[in-house]
Unconditional design. Structure first.
Length: 160
């Protein structure tokens, strides 16, 4: 059964305008979004205020499947699977989606190992939700203009 675990990467998608952009090919995948980070100043609600952290750039190793779109933040709140997750970055442990994908792959490739797909990641944005099955990922933050960031992504794609 799916267990959603906060990855605590020190950044979060911005609540107001997440601005998520996905660039995916057969070989690679890059996800960008407007990122926030916690400050050391506490709000009256007992949570740390957040400040702009720039653009988060996530690059994924061996992306097997993705889902990007609904539900939005309002709809997620009514879906039991998402519990109380807000804008964040999570790993889904004991993933039923991984289990289904491995089962489907074994119709042709009987010896597909259980660790063939290592991670089910979940990104919760304002207007959308992004999920992916991958081996691993790395991320960085950038304050460069988005046009320059997108040029880098384009070069990564063209160099495949």
């Amino acid at each position: 059964m799916d267990e959603i675990i906060d990855l605590n990467l020190g950044i979060f998608p911005e609540a107001a305008v997440s601005g998520a952009v996905l660039v995916q090919t057969d070989c690679s995948m890059t996800l960008t979004f407007n990122a926030m980070r916690p400050t050391d100043k506490m709000s009256a609600y007992g949570e740390f205020y957040r400040e702009n952290a720039g653009i988060a750039i996530f690059r994924f190793k061996n992306c097997f499947q993705t889902r990007f779109g609904i539900p939005s933040d309002e709809a997620r709140g009514a879906i039991p699977r998402f519990k109380d997750e807000t804008y964040g970055i999570y790993e889904v442990q004991n993933s039923t989606w991984i289990q289904e994908s491995l089962r489907d792959n074994r119709y042709k490739f009987l010896k597909t190992r259980d660790d063939f797909i290592q991670k089910h990641l979940l990104f919760t944005f304002h207007d959308s939700t992004f999920e992916c099955l991958v081996h691993d990922f790395a991320f960085e933050l950038s304050t460069e203009p988005y046009a320059e960031i997108f040029d880098k992504i384009k070069q990564w794609v063209l160099s495949e």
